[in-house]
Design a protein around this ligand. Structure first.
Ligand code: SAM
Length: 267
């Protein structure tokens, strides 16, 4: 019998800390193992959670995912020796609790980190549960009202001084409308948390390369979604200061004095 030399997994390099705000990795999973289930539509690429946990948690910290789908967050957290709790309306495995993310069964101030990848409007049919936020169109206030409740729960369960991250994509439906879900959800997050960073995550969506999508985008003169937002936020010990208010229309900012070298005032 011929012995087989194992082929190197060149498509899955070891996960590495991302060092800029543009994140990219060639595979849904890292390493030899599997995190979550790639067959679950909308599963989060696991290197995203890996990078977040490396930066914002330490061993034994409690990581919570209120909409954990196929369990990617749980697998990455355990891989890195963090404790993990996962909830979803559509549990795919026994270690995920069937819970509506608008009312988490967790005591206040228990989580060291929360990650969430919510539905982005109605693009995916996750379950028949009428409470699924994926049944709410981002064109309606109902989607944002539901997400405001989810974000309020994240704030409640997170320890002060700790971090959370929300991964989301804008929605574009041909012949209908563009919905800047990212900016809208960032506004909701801002009511509870202080922004730490905004990362743009490259989308490796196979459908982007499919002929009909590409042709539709060319012919319809629109863009296919190429990135997701990753909003990283911190819960302050006291409520966050209000976001800076926008100047009134027509308002012109006063010119700043221009101090030239030698102390001479210019202009
Ligand atoms: C984008 S998927 C999450 C994918 C997950 N991070 C993974 O890697 O598999 C969004 C999830 O939100 C869940 N969901 C929708 N509405 C919910 C709600 N009200 N409470 C809890 N989970 C909800 C869906 O069942 C779905 O699994």
């Amino acid at each position: 019998m011929k012995s087989r030399t194992p082929r190197p997994r060149f498509d899955r390099p070891a996960p590495e800390r991302q060092v800029t705000t543009l994140w990219d990795y060639p595979s849904q999973n890292y390493g030899e193992g599997k995190q979550g289930d790639t067959a679950y539509v909308g599963a989060t690429p696991s290197y995203i959670v890996w990078n977040l946990l490396q930066s914002y948690t330490k061993e034994k910290d409690l990581v919570v995912d209120p909409m954990c789908g196929s369990g990617t967050t749980l697998d990455v957290a355990r891989d890195l020796s963090r404790r993990a709790l996962g909830y979803d309306l559509n549990p795919t495995r026994p270690d995920i609790f069937r819970v509506d993310a608008r009312k988490l069964p967790l005591e206040t101030g228990k989580a060291d980190f929360v990650f969430i990848d919510p539905p982005y409007s109605t693009h995916v049919d996750y379950s028949n549960d009428p409470r699924c936020i994926g049944k709410l169109d981002a064109a309606t206030a109902a989607y944002y009202e539901a997400m405001a409740l989810v974000i309020g729960e994240i704030d409640r369960v997170l320890k002060p001084g700790k971090f959370m991250a929300l991964y989301v994509c804008d929605s574009f439906v041909k012949d209908k409308a563009f919905h800047p879900i990212g900016f809208e959800l960032f506004g909701l997050l801002r009511q509870h948390f202080t922004p730490v960073d905004i990362v743009s995550v490259v989308r490796h969506n196979k459908t982007l390369e499919m002929g009909n999508y590409r042709r539709a985008a060319d012919e319809g003169n629109f863009f296919l979604r190429g990135f997701n937002y990753l909003f990283i936020m911190r819960k302050e010990h006291a409520p966050p200061p209000p976001a800076p208010s926008r100047p009134a229309p027509g308002h012109r900012a006063a010119k700043k004095p221009n101090f030239r070298r030698g102390g001479k005032r210019g202009n």
